[in-house]
Design a protein around this ligand. Sequence first.
Ligand code: AR6
Length: 235
Amino acid sequence: TPSNKLAEQAPASSNNTGKEVEDDQEMGSFCDTNLLDSVPTLAFPSISTADFQFNLEKASDIIVEKVAEYVEKLGNARLVLVDLSNGSKILSLVRSKAAQKNINSSKFFTFVGDITCLYSQGDLRCNVIANAANWRLKPGGGGVNAAIFRAAGPTLEIATKERAESLAPGKAVVVPLPSSSRLFRSEGVTHVIHVLGPNMNPQRPNFLNKDYTNGCIVLREAYSSLFEGFASILR
Ligand code: AR6
C-alpha cells in the first residue's frame, strides 16, 4: 500500500532496514537484541475517532498540529499513526495534511496494520504503542483497547493497575510491559501508553454532547500527554 511503502522508505539506522528483517527471517531465528535495538518509535491509533465518534476532519487537524509540535523535539524518534484498513479515512486525511505542512516523512508516517502485530506482520519495529483506552483502564470494550489487552495478556492489566486506577479525559499513563508479555517478546513492545480521549458517543461515560470547543481542547491535551509520555520513555 502507499502508506506502508512510506514506512519501508523511512531512513533508519543500518540495523533497522527491511533487508535486515529479511535476513533474520531467513536465518529462522529471532534476535531480541536486534528487535529492541532500533529507532525509538511510537505507534498510535487515532484517539476517539471510532467508538468515541469524534469528527474526523477536526481530529486529523489536531493530530497533524500535535505531531508538528512534537516530532522535531523527539530527536531521532519516529511517530506512526496506525489504522486497520487501507481505506481508513483518518489515515488519508492525516497524510494529506501532514504533506501540506511539510512534516518530515521519515519521522512521521501512517501505517496500515493491526497495532498489536506491527513487527510480526508488518516488519515495522515500534518499541512503544498507544492505546485508546477507557476511563477504568479495563480490558475489553472493543476497538484497539480490546485488541491490545488481548494481545498483551493478563500482565498488562496488572502492570496498568500498578500505575493508575483510572484515567481522566485528555490524560495518558505510561505502562512498562513485563518481558513475559507476548507483545514484548514477539513484537518488541516495551511500553504501552494508555490515552483517554474525549467522548462524543452518548452511550459512553463523559459524553461531551457535541461540545467540540471542549472536545478539541481535550483531544489536544490527549495527544500532548501521549507525546510527553513517549518523551519520558526516551529520557
Ligand atoms: N490496530 C490498529 N488500529 C485499530 C485497531 C487495531 N487492532 N483497532 C481499532 N483501531 P477505538 P476510541 C483503530 O474505537 O474511538 C474502546 O471500547 C480504529 O479504526 O478503538 O478512542 C475503549 O474501551 C480507530 O481509528 O477508540 C473505549 O471505551 C482507532 O483505532 C473506547 O473504545 C480508535 O478507535 C475508545 O474509543
